[in-house]
Write a protein that binds this ligand. Structure first.
Ligand SMILES: C[S@@+](CC[C@H](N)C(=O)[O-])C[C@H]1O[C@@H](n2cnc3c(N)ncnc32)[C@H](O)[C@@H]1O
Length: 345
């Protein structure tokens, strides 16, 4: 299949989209065909969004042969027995987590063949032909980002407080006393970086917080960034979420922010399934991330994708999760993608 590449260059950063056929299939042609808004820097986390298109092209039907197999077994796992840690935590290296996983003979929790009938028209399979390259490029990208709040937010460090305050309000609806509420015992911060969220959202609300991120230097920096309260971090896992297996029934809340774009649809679906198994009774999973207006948009700079809300909801359904609440983030700068929080269980 011929692929026509379109490259935008705005503010020094390049966004490249795939060919016209793919554009139509992904239902994202409208967005991609128009020039994106201002883009200050290659910015993961909050990102300048493309300008809306005047008239989107119609979606094509979901291809019936769109199946993905699970690929390799996840190679990282929690290193903590049931209950809270007794030994001082330290960062498990990628090699250690891999060894640990191998020693436990871990197998994938499931395969992921999307059931016919679900909206899978935006599955990332075609956008990401080279899966290994997709992950290794992202890993390389993050290795070169400064371990600061601004680095975590792609130059938008100044919106961190607005983000955290809204997240706190959102999360507090689901935790505390009373039937159906999650306890305030243990939380997991996924794609935690230096612990921006762990520090200001999760540690103030939970007794213990575990962190997982693919970038070892961020986790190392987290120890200083978190200060004394960091003593309540149970585990630092250096691991890609595509490989990470949360310890079953350990978590009251699993927080996943500004990182799902680094996972393929299949890996995201599988990861969410594993997260569900990691929940304690009444536990919830919160996903907070950029959403595009329509379709899946690729970012070649940080090697990620931005999904629209309906694609994200379809993945949630595929993972067998229920959407408990959904909220749009207010008061973010106009030029960035819209950000949504989803509570799932
Ligand atoms: C935009 S930053 C967000 C950090 C944090 N969630 C926050 O909001 O402050 C994205 C983070 O995801 C991590 N990351 C990227 N790809 C990942 C993957 N496949 N698995 C786990 N973490 C990943 C990066 O190292 C980085 O720390």
């Amino acid at each position: 299949m011929g692929v026509v590449s379109v490259t935008w260059r705005v503010g020094g950063a390049a966004l490249r989209s795939v060919g016209a056929e793919r554009l139509q299939r992904a239902g994202a042609a409208g967005e991609r065909a128009s020039p994106p808004g201002p883009r200050q820097s290659p910015s993961p986390g909050p990102k300048p969004a493309p300008a809306p298109a005047p008239a989107p092209l119609p979606h094509s039907a979901a291809p019936s042969d769109r199946t993905e197999t699970s690929g390799e077994a996840p190679s990282c796992s929690s290193d903590q027995a049931a209950g809270y840690p007794t030994a001082p935590p330290r960062v498990l290296t990628a090699a250690e987590t891999e060894r640990l996983a191998r020693s436990r003979k871990l197998t994938p929790s499931s395969t992921s063949v999307p059931p016919i009938g679900l909206d899978i028209s935006t599955m990332t399979t075609e956008l990401i032909p080279d899966e290994d390259g997709f992950y290794s490029k992202a890993k390389k990208y993050w290795k070169n980002i400064p371990p600061t709040v601004d680095g975590m937010l792609g130059g938008y460090g100044h919106i961190s407080s607005i983000d955290i305050n809204s997240s706190k309000k959102f999360l507090q609806r689901f935790i505390g006393e009373g039937s159906g509420k999650a306890s305030a015992g243990c939380a997991l911060d996924c794609g935690a970086g230096i612990g921006r969220i762990t520090k200001r959202l999760l540690l103030p609300l939970f007794k213990i917080v575990d962190m997982v991120d693919v970038t070892e230097s961020f986790l190392a920096k987290a120890k200083a960034h978190l200060g004394e309260e960091g003593s309540r971090v149970g585990n630092y896992y250096c691991c890609g979420l595509q490989d990470f297996i949360p310890q079953p029934q350990r978590y009251d809340v699993i927080w996943i922010q500004w990182v799902i774009g680094h996972l393929t649809d299949t890996h995201l679906t599988q990861f969410l399934k594993r997260c569900q198994k990691g929940l304690r009774p009444n536990g919830i999973i919160c996903v907070k991330d950029n959403v595009s207006q329509d379709g899946v948009i690729e970012d070649e700079v940080d090697s990620s994708v931005c999904r629209d809300l309906s694609s994200l909801r379809a993945i949630v359904r595929l993972a067998g999760l229920h959407l408990i609440a959904e909220e749009k983030q207010d008061n973010f700068p106009d030029e960035i993608y819209q950000v949504y929080s989803l509570a799932l269980r």
